[in-house]
Ligand binder design. Structure first.
Ligand code: NAG
Ligand code: NAG
Ligand code: NAG
Ligand code: NAG
Length: 291
């Protein structure tokens, strides 16, 4: 009798622990690829080890091989990359019951576009590591070094930014918001700056959690507040507003406020520069969303 009950309990526990872990999709940043052993390869290994249970981890490749994947990260129109990924996710039989998504740098805002545009298969948790959700107005390592030089390069980039190849998709000039809204083919669209698209809000609200990781000492993203939906106030490039103070949040155009009020928005800070975090930090802060 006693033994029978114990056996029953044990088998119940086993059934629970044997439930298939939710698959994980990774989207790498610019200059990186799906399969670099030092970046996405090591993250894939970390997720496999910590989530366990033979979890299926798909590290997205945009193109037919690693070289194309890396080039496309720089050159391919962001909307086309998102469309490509939506198709990949739709046809992967292992993802059809839902998946958790981890985006690194631009992969963070690109996966948010996937959540907003392609609700099937369902994205469950979206974790953005250093994503530029309000874009960038600067270039790597600029803040803090030579301000004169920074401003000069910004001006050069501004001229060609919306039509040039790199950064075009999320270059955001606070000195000329009207042009940004008009010319930005990707970011202004997913941030409801062009027209309000109710589908984007409805779909983003399907997430269980939206987790935004900001790197406290980030020298690659200017302003780093963009990783939490903050950005420069209009008309200058010094003073920054945060998510709470943004129109996007206050008018709840994207569901960020509703996500927060239902306890599904997490703003996390990791010490260190862009995408630098330790396994211990990952385990303490991120793993709970993947288990
Ligand atoms: C809103 O977004 C959905 C999903 O991407 C798209 O199918 C639809 O055409 C968009 N609506 C407008 C008015 O742009
Ligand atoms: C910054 O760069 C400009 C242009 O190269 C140079 O003239 C200036 O001396 C530099 N300023 C500092 C503080 O290094
Ligand atoms: C934004 O700044 C305001 C004013 O300092 C503060 O009350 C609010 O908590 C901040 N929000 C975030 C998300 O940091
Ligand atoms: C989310 O809500 C909490 C508590 O209501 C508030 O303190 C926090 O500032 C909100 N987050 C944002 C981004 O406004």
């Amino acid at each position: 009798m006693m033994l029978g009950a114990v056996a029953l309990l044990l088998s119940a526990a086993l059934t629970v622990s044997q439930a298939e872990p939710v698959p994980v999709v990774l989207w790498h940043g610019m200059g990186d690829s799906c399969c670099n052993p030092l970046s996405m390869g090591s993250i894939k290994g970390l997720v496999e080890k910590k989530v366990g249970g033979g979890v299926y981890v798909k590290s997205l490749m945009i193109g037919n091989n690693i070289v194309e994947d890396t080039e496309n990260g720089f050159l391919m129109n962001a909307n086309d990359q998102v469309t490509n990924v939506c198709a990949q996710l739709k046809k992967d039989p292992k993802l059809q019951n839902g998946y958790n998504a981890l985006g690194f740098s631009q992969g963070g805002q690109f996966l948010r576009a996937v959540a907003q545009r392609c609700p099937s298969p369902p994205m469950l948790n979206l974790i953005s590591f250093g994503g530029q959700h309000q874009g960038v107005y600067g270039f790597p390592h600029c803040p803090g070094e030579n301000q004169t030089l920074c401003d000069y390069v910004r001006k050069l980039l501004n001229i060609g930014a919306y039509i040039s190849l790199t950064q075009a998709e999320y270059w955001h000039d606070p000195l000329n918001e009207a042009e940004y809204r008009q010319a930005s083919v990707f970011l202004a669209d997913i941030n409801q700056e062009k027209a309000f698209n109710q589908t984007y809000k409805t779909n983003l609200l399907k997430l269980k959690n939206l987790v935004l990781v900001k790197f406290a000492d980030d020298t690659m993203v200017d302003p780093k507040d963009s990783e939490w939906f903050g950005f420069y106030d209009e008309g200058q490039a010094v003073k920054v507003h945060n998510m709470t103070q943004s129109k996007l949040y206050q008018q709840d155009l994207l569901g960020l406020k509703e996500l927060n009020e239902s306890g599904r928005l997490a703003l996390l800070a990791s010490p260190g520069d862009h995408l630098q975090f330790t396994d211990a930090w990952f385990e303490a802060n991120i793993l709970k969303f993947l288990k």
